[in-house]
Design a protein. Structure first.
Length: 659
């Protein structure tokens, strides 16, 4: 019995298969495929890491079952193509070599992923107007009700692909019947307006899914494991709800489904995208748990849940109380593939925490390789399989103890170098100390503490209250200098700007600011600040001179947008934050602001205080004083180019890795 989490690390037996623990690695889509949508070695290495890290099941995600689901502009694995079999076999073998079981997520995109040069099938005839919220605007396509012969063909394709998975060594498939994919589209009373045997009653709307389950069982036999992922509700208020899903799960069990994952939401409803993939604004864990508990009451098969869960102690409690039988983790295992092994040995402080920043999810919207803010190896797993230690030990001096500097120090020390990290303030963290002040940014604090803990375990010589100067460099005589000295707030040339408070000073000093606040700047920092003010019970207004918050589709940070903007806008609306776009501040007064709209009309805004959030500029002057002190000089983090935690961490990691 595991002494730390006995339930979490107890085996789970389903039919003839025994899973080594209760942690399943959730499916994640892959973008780096061949032109024919076959797997490449990077895909295998990426999923192999989850098996190495101790997950019981590793699932290949976004596997299309039929050519009627194919989409040229959003690459997904074409499982109907038998030429994918060698890659499937190699992947299953790689997963099993590390003691995990291989699963495959079966998907049909249905009406939501359109193509211009084909018939776009869905449950019903309609014109689909889907706002992508990614800079591409609204996509309108004619949707054709799937006729019976195509329904039967697609159901049969699910069965054939499941058999292909079994043939290639996979021990289970995950039928995705939620999140607005084709089975959920048929189940939806909003999208399914059919009057035949596939529309109307819940039983009829569920008929397509049951046909799929029956076909998989027919092709794969009685002992092959069929797992289903369902959304316990479709939209926040519209579409099918929990009572429908309870009956749906009873049908799934009756037709031979062996396990059920409980998720939430649909592509069709933007108000639930942040429930399918909870953002940093959601500070709680287990928002699908209550629904899973209700479903577990009516079925005898194992029930699990998914939804940005990262606390092993909480999962242990749920398992002990019989609320669920297993947990499904995706982002937690992207942030740290070794999460299961670390938890199994009680090394909780060594688990790299997920920020729920959605970087890994949003990358998919732009067809970028999967990436992570806190784990620089993700998406580049093949690059680090055979990394060798340096042949020559070097003395490395790092100026700055923010995320870039700390990451660089940890990695350089792990690679055997002598590392000195100097921070001019009395504590490590840099801007993380500022950002973590928001009530919904507690995960930033956890990540900061993780980095500090890793530094404490290392051989890095950490010197606080020590500013790196040319004189100090002359004294230490390092071989390499990393400048990670950060940035400073930008002060726009606005009359009366001295009457406002900089956002950094607001978070650091926590001054009294009154009840009615104007936030100048609608980037992520300004928008989040306004949301935080509203959560604290204050009236907050964002004043932004452009026509979109957070730069919209023209955001300067590649891979940022779509889902982050969804989360931002949802919480602005939810917390009644006032937003004034196309509004230019021309003066800050004792009573607020004087602004102009896009037509030059004067607007006077009253407020108790103005908070300025107009961006960060690199500390270039500091960098230049250090640049010529050594031959081997590197600039990383915000002092190189102000950006995200992700860019800072990746730069620190890469600079240290290749010394």
């Amino acid at each position: 019995m595991n002494p730390y989490f006995p339930m979490l690390f107890s085996p789970l037996k389903v039919k003839k298969t025994t899973f080594r623990n209760r942690i399943f690695a959730g499916p994640t889509g892959l973008k780096e495929l061949t032109d024919n949508r076959h797997l490449v070695i990077k895909n295998i290495d990426y999923l192999r890491r989850r098996a190495q890290g101790g997950a019981a099941v590793v699932c290949l995600g976004d596997v299309l079952v039929d050519e009627t689901a194919d989409i040229s502009w959003n690459p997904k694995v074409r499982a109907w193509d038998k030429e994918n079999e060698p890659g499937f076999y190699n992947l299953a073998s790689a997963i099993q070599a590390h003691g995990a079981h291989a699963s495959m997520e079966l998907v049909h995109t249905g009406m939501h992923f359109h193509e211009d040069n084909r018939i776009n099938y869905g449950p019903s005839d309609m014109i689909d107007e889907f706002d992508q919220k990614d800079g591409y605007g609204i996509r309108r396509h004619k949707i054709t009700a799937m006729p019976l012969e195509i329904i039967e063909k697609v159901a049969d394709s699910y069965g054939k692909v499941a058999l292909r998975a079994k043939h290639c060594g996979f021990e289970s498939v995950l039928l995705h019947a939620g999140h607005g994919w084709l089975p959920a589209q048929f189940l939806s009373p909003v999208l399914n307006t059919r009057t035949d045997e596939f529309g109307g009653s819940l039983e009829n709307r569920a008929r397509f899914t049951m046909m799929v389950v029956d076909k998989i069982r027919e092709y794969c036999g009685p002992n092959f494991i069929i797992e289903a992922r369902i959304s316990w509700k479709e939209g926040m208020y519209d579409g099918y709800q929990l009572e429908d899903s309870i009956e749906f799960c009873k049908m799934l069990e009756a037709h031979g489904v062996d396990m059920i994952q409980v998720s939430c939401g649909s592509l069709h409803f933007h108000d639930t995208t942040i429930l399918s993939d909870p953002s940093w604004f959601d500070v709680n864990e287990g928002h699908n748990l209550a629904a899973a508990v209700e479903i577990k009451k009516v079925v005898k098969i194992p029930v699990g849940t998914v939804g940005a869960v990262t606390d092993p102690a909480l999962v242990e409690q749920w398992l002990e109380e019989g609320k669920i039988d297993y947990i499904v983790m995706a982002r937690a295992l992207i942030a740290d593939p070794d999460f299961p092994k670390k938890a199994m040995h009680g090394k909780l402080k060594d688990i790299r925490p997920c920020l729920r920043c959605l970087a890994c999810m949003t990358g998919g919207y732009f067809n970028l390789p999967i990436h992570c803010s806190v784990n620089p190896q993700i998406g580049r797993d093949s690059d680090y399989k055979f990394m060798q230690l340096p042949t020559e030990k070097q003395k490395v001096l790092i100026a700055g103890g923010g995320p870039a500097g700390m990451e660089a120090a940890i990695i350089a020390s792990q690679r055997g170098h002598e590392v000195i990290l100097c921070e001019k303030d009395d504590k490590l963290g840099g801007l993380l100390n500022i950002v973590e002040k928001e009530s919904f940014k507690e995960r930033i604090g956890k990540y900061k503490n993780y980095l500090i803990y890793q530094l404490g375990k290392s051989a890095v010589d950490v010197r606080l209250n020590t500013e790196v100067t040319p004189e100090l460099i002359e004294t230490i005589q390092p071989d390499v200098v990393f400048a990670a000295v950060g940035g400073h707030p930008i002060l726009p040339p606005i009359k009366g700007i001295e009457k406002a408070i900089q956002i950094v000073d607001y978070y650091r000093d926590e001054p009294e600011i009154g009840e009615n606040i104007l936030v100048l700047g609608g980037g992520f920092a300004g928008a989040e600040c306004a949301i935080g003010l509203a959560l604290a019970g204050k009236k907050s207004t964002i004043v932004e001179m452009s026509d979109a918050l957070a730069s919209g589709p023209n955001t300067p940070y590649p891979g940022t947008g779509a889902m982050q903007l969804d989360a931002l806008q949802t919480n602005i609306d939810k917390n009644h934050v006032n937003v004034m776009l196309n509004t230019k501040c021309v003066e800050i007064t004792d009573d607020g602001m004087i602004c102009e709209d896009k037509d030059g009309n004067r607007i006077e805004l009253k407020a108790d205080k103005v908070i300025v959030a107009t961006g960060i500029a690199a500390n270039e002057d500091t960098v230049e004083t250090l640049r010529d002190t050594v031959i081997d000089f590197h600039c990383i983090g915000d002092c190189y180019q102000p950006g995200l935690i992700r860019t800072a961490v990746h730069q620190g990691y890469d600079a240290a890795l290749y010394l």
